[in-house]
Design a protein around this ligand. Structure first.
Ligand SMILES: [Zn+2]
Length: 254
């Protein structure tokens, strides 16, 4: 059985689900629901895993947009013309971005991660959705602010947004160097996100979302840690780089 956890409340016709690692077709370090082609896992197994998620959520693979993630802050504007790469091993050139904004229903964006939190946003009234892959580099570079600017620029109001922050590496496990603290020091919430030589990425991201005007009551933050819980999550740090990818899929069904 695959496990799909909603990242937002009251989803309705919104897909906003995070896939844990059980119930898939992959073996070895990729056991078992590895959704990332950017690993040495068997291509057919990853494709089968994506099919299982697509089927369970009623979100056909031909409507998936999967951008190549590069720890940057670019946001892609998703459209039906960009869909269909869910079955492709590599995102086409030009389809590299760590955030995807979906201004219309009927397409879905997949974010991939092993430790990095995935942040989903939705405006149920306007049926806007978005997702950001937000490790420390993307967070420091402003990937959340860039995605928010796209959504607000399209006409959403901050008070109408819902936000969800996925499982990811926790503030006890995430030991980082001074270069990480230096890069994040100017961000909202930095003082409470830093704990000695550890960084609580999700605390930082929560503060960024709140600073943008999203009501705290509309923001859900997972307390699950990818590095602490090997049964549910892949972890780049725990598994020393040889691991699969959890994923979150977002988008309104049409
Ligand atoms: Zn942890």
């Amino acid at each position: 059985m695959i496990v799909l956890v909603p990242l937002l409340d009251d989803c309705g016709d919104l897909v906003c689900h995070y896939a844990e690692r059980g119930g898939g077709a992959s073996g070895g370090p990729y056991r078992s629901l590895n959704l990332g082609f950017s690993t040495a896992d068997d291509h057919a197994a990853v494709l089968e895993n994506r099919r299982r998620v697509a089927h369970a959520l009623g979100a056909p693979l031909a409507r998936w947009i999967v951008a190549g993630q590069v720890h940057g802050a670019d946001c892609l504007r998703g459209s039906p013309a960009l869909a269909g790469v869910g079955a492709a091993a590599v995102a086409p050139p030009g389809l590299q971005a760590d955030a995807v904004f979906l201004p219309e229903p009927g397409v879905f964006a997949l974010g991939l991660s092993a430790d990095c939190p995935l942040v989903v946003l939705a405006d149920p009234r306007r049926r806007f959705a978005g997702i950001a892959h937000a490790g420390w580099r993307g967070t420091a570079r402003g990937v959340l602010q860039v995605l928010l600017a796209e959504i607000l620029g399209a006409g959403a109001a901050p008070e109408d947004l819902r936000a969800g922050i996925s499982p990811g590496i926790c503030g006890s496990c995430y030991q980082v160097g001074e270069e990480v603290f230096a890069a994040c020091a100017a961000l909202p919430g930095f003082a409470r996100a830093r704990r000695g030589d550890r960084l609580d990425l999700r605390a930082l991201q929560l503060a960024i979302l709140e600073a943008a005007g999203i009501p705290s009551a509309r923001i859900r933050v997972s307390d699950r840690c990818s590095a602490c819980d090997g049964d549910r999550f892949f972890s780049h740090r725990r598994d020393r780089g040889v691991t699969g990818r959890n994923g979150a899929l977002v988008g309104f069904r049409d």
